[in-house]
Design a protein around this ligand. Structure first.
Ligand SMILES: *Cc1c(COP(=O)(O)O)cnc(C)c1O
Length: 300
């Protein structure tokens, strides 16, 4: 049975407060966190056409890559279970034994087979010879790259833009989105939209090239603005200032953000709004990419 049925279109919610009013801008949140209870946000968008392709190729098994806290592994494990594929996760780092992260526990509960590889081996994840080896070792699974980020992922993300523009009745001046691998930012950028991309990683400057390569057209550079200073000490790290922002945002707007991606993106966006980055009348759509299964208990 296919339990991967999404709630579409996801709501487009306007939010307002003194910062927004003072700057004279309009801010909407595209609530992709509400797309599906376990395959949330951008992971659902990115998996959609990967799964369709796997099905049309008659694949039985999905294989993908991620770290111990990967929202993508989590989503793939659930998506596979709901739509009748076996799943294999290649996990970066040593087998944690009894000390598994809740993400990896969840993946196992969905029936995902986990294979741990060294950090050196994990670095090979996108190279052709390694993929060939994996294909042979695991009997020809359908391989989804890390983060679900592939050409087919862009196609799924483009539908987020179509949906938003129907809801809004126009194109916004900017989309704001958090970046891990860059697949979501690339999907939005590929529609011709202007994208403000907030790196969740420290030293994320390389992501600009990655995003532009994914789009595969070299005329999009002027449409992309990558911000690398809102990582709060690095990937999956956080500070009291960030947690405080997330708690206040929830209190004010009733929207739960998490500390790895969406909290950092909205913190960065508010900082830009306050600093006068936008013109009066600008319309911004911030994408809530989900990820709430990784929420810190103290933010609930
Ligand atoms: C995975 C993830 C991202 C990063 O998406 P990319 O397409 O890899 O850049 C952003 N937000 C959330 C909540 C995620 O889970």
């Amino acid at each position: 049975m296919d339990l991967l049925v999404p709630s579409l279109p996801t709501p487009l919610q306007e939010i307002t407060d003194s910062v927004i009013i003072k700057a004279g801008v309009r801010l909407y949140i595209k609530r992709d966190d509400l797309i599906h209870p376990t395959v949330s946000g951008n992971k659902w968008r990115k998996l959609k056409y990967n799964l369709e392709q796997a099905r049309s190729e008659g694949a039985k098994t999905l294989l993908t890559f991620g770290g111990a806290f990967s929202n993508h592994l989590y989503a793939t494990a659930a998506a596979g279970k709901y739509s009748g594929f076996a799943t294999i996760g290649i996990v970066r780092g040593e087998d944690p034994g009894e000390r598994k992260s809740s993400t990896l526990k969840f993946c196992e509960e969905q029936g995902m087979q986990l294979h741990y590889v060294s950090r050196e081996e994990y670095k090979l994840r996108n190279s052709d010879f390694y993929i060939d080896k994996i294909r042979e070792q695991f009997e020809n699974p359908f391989i989804i790259p890390e983060g679900g980020t592939s050409e087919r992922a862009l196609q799924g993300v483009q539908e987020l833009v179509t949906e938003t523009e129907e809801q809004l009745g126009r194109s916004p001046d900017y989309y704001a989105v958090a970046v891990g691998t860059g697949g979501t930012a690339a999907g939005i950028l590929s529609t011709g939209a202007h994208v403000l991309a907030f790196s969740a990683l420290k030293g994320g400057a390389f992501l600009e090239g990655d995003i532009l390569n994914l789009v595969g057209e070299n005329d999009k550079e002027g449409q992309l603005e990558l911000f690398t200073d809102y990582h709060f000490k690095g990937y999956a790290k956080y500070t009291d200032q960030l947690l405080d922002f997330i708690l206040k945002f929830k209190k004010k707007h009733g929207i739960q953000l998490e500390q790895v991606y969406t909290g950092k993106m909205l913190f960065g966006l508010y900082d830009l709004i306050e600093k006068g980055y936008f013109k009066t009348g600008d319309c911004i759509v911030a994408v809530h990419t989900g990820g709430l299964q990784g929420l810190l208990a103290e933010l609930k």
